[in-house]
Design a protein around this ligand. Structure first.
Ligand code: NAD
Ligand code: IPM
Ligand code: MN
Length: 364
């Protein structure tokens, strides 16, 4: 059978705890399917590595990752190493270096997921945020002038290239066309009088090639309000790097919490490996306690399955997550339960086996 070679970067804090459960689930799937297997290669990069070796990853880290079919990452960043160093030298370096310009973050209220909104039906929260993932506000460009002087000035420059803006917006239109869903652009042209005016212009330009796609455009402040008040307004959403970052934590909050929010960093051309990682960070406040919710990492693993072409397995993972949440006996404290990370992962794997075995019984 086929072997998928996965580079695993468990990373910091709860990263290793949740990734172990995602791998448990992936191995169970390979076992149940029988036609493919996973080969996991671990890279011990992260903040501990930095404290020992003075760097977040090996100098030739990207070359080491290059040949893999995908990267599975936990979280990066921990007190003791400045965040802008740890993130820029590992996570953002990979996203940028491998041109993973599409960040897919589903915001979908699954059955059984806790939702803080009143009187909301599940169907009302079902969107896919497509976040630009390599440039924009995260260009890393800027300057620090007259450091420490009274005239000190700091510049942080957004960079929106035509190529970078067109490719993410085109990807979003294609996704909307393929799925028959509406497309919303979220920007801020009223205040950001260069970058977002350009963004809006390209959104309109490319839209002319997609007359079949129903579109709308929101300012990010109003969009944040509607995410909470009327989430059903949004189906496919395309937005810039920083707005996408913020909106997807907000989206996580309305759809079950950060413990359930999944993300895929795609290089759609498949020239470089894509990377799958939960939306959440290393959660230093709960790290090492064995109570982190692994469902976000598991859902991210299902995005990997989808990317490899195993849509059925991706669906089954979501179904199993739903069953575990509906049934409610194996949930971590963030979801009101009292179970450990490992118990939840084991439970999802068990549900997958049940799902497959029951189906086999039905077919007999
Ligand atoms: P965070 O996402 O780590 O945590 C925010 C809150 O959500 C915390 O209270 C945490 O306990 C809770 N939480 C997050 N994930 C959870 C899970 N799986 N189960 C249960 N509760 C969960 O954000 P933060 O505290 O702002 O950042 C901590 C560190 O992580 C920082 O260094 C930050 O830069 C980094 N970070 C990394 C990533 C990434 O690697 N993709 C993403 C976000 C933040
Ligand atoms: C995320 C994170 C990262 C981001 C940080 C850690 C650099 O918040 O993946 O959402 O802003 O993209
Ligand atoms: Mn974030």
């Amino acid at each position: 059978g086929k072997t998928w070679n996965i580079a695993v970067i468990p990373g910091d804090g709860i990263g290793p705890e949740v990734i172990a459960e995602g791998i448990k689930v992936l191995n169970r799937i390979a076992e149940l399917d029988g036609s493919f297997r996973f080969d996991f290669t671990y890279f011990p990069w992260g903040c501990e590595y930095y404290l020992k070796h003075g760097k977040m990853m090996d100098d030739d880290g990207l070359e080491k990752l290059r040949g893999f079919d995908a990267i599975y990452l936990g979280a990066v960043g921990f007190p003791g190493v400045p965040d802008h160093i740890s993130l820029w030298d590992l996570l953002l370096k990979i996203r940028k270096g491998f041109e993973q310009y599409v960040n897919l973050r589903p915001i979908k209220l699954l059955a059984g997921a806790p939702c803080p909104l009143k009187d909301v039906a599940r169907e009302q929260i079902d969107m896919l945020v497509i976040r630009e993932n390599t440039e924009g506000e995260y260009a890393g460009a800027g300057d620090w002038l007259f450091r420490g002087k009274p005239e000190e000035v700091v510049l942080q420059t957004g960079v929106f290239s035509r190529k970078g803006t067109e490719r993410i917006i085109r990807y979003a239109y294609e996704t909307a066309r393929k799925t028959g869903r509406s497309l919303t652009s979220i920007s801020k042209g009223n205040a950001l009088n260069y970058s977002m005016v350009f963004w809006d212009q390209i959104f309109a330009e490319i839209g002319r090639e997609y007359p079949d796609v129903k579109t709308s455009s929101y300012l990010v402040d109003a969009a944040s309000m509607f995410f909470v008040k009327q989430p059903e307004r949004f189906e496919i959403v395309v937005t810039s790097n920083l707005f996408g970052d913020i909106l997807t934590d907000l989206g996580a909050a309305i759809a079950g919490g950060l413990g359930l929010a999944a993300g895929a960093n795609l290089n759609p051309e498949r020239i470089y490996p894509s990377m799958f990682e939960p939306v959440h960070g290393s959660a230093p406040d709960i790290a090492g306690k064995g109570i982190a919710n692994p469902l976000a990492a598991i859902w991210s693993a299902s995005q990997m399955l989808e990317f490899f072409g195993y849509s059925e397995w991706a669906d089954r993972v979501l179904q199993s997550i739903e069953q575990v949440m509906v049934e409610g006996s194996a949930l971590t404290p963030d979801m009101g339960g009292a179970s450990t990370t490992q118990e939840v992962g084991t439970r999802v794997a068990y549900q997958l086996s049940e799902l497959v075995n029951n189906r086999l019984l039905l077919e007999e």
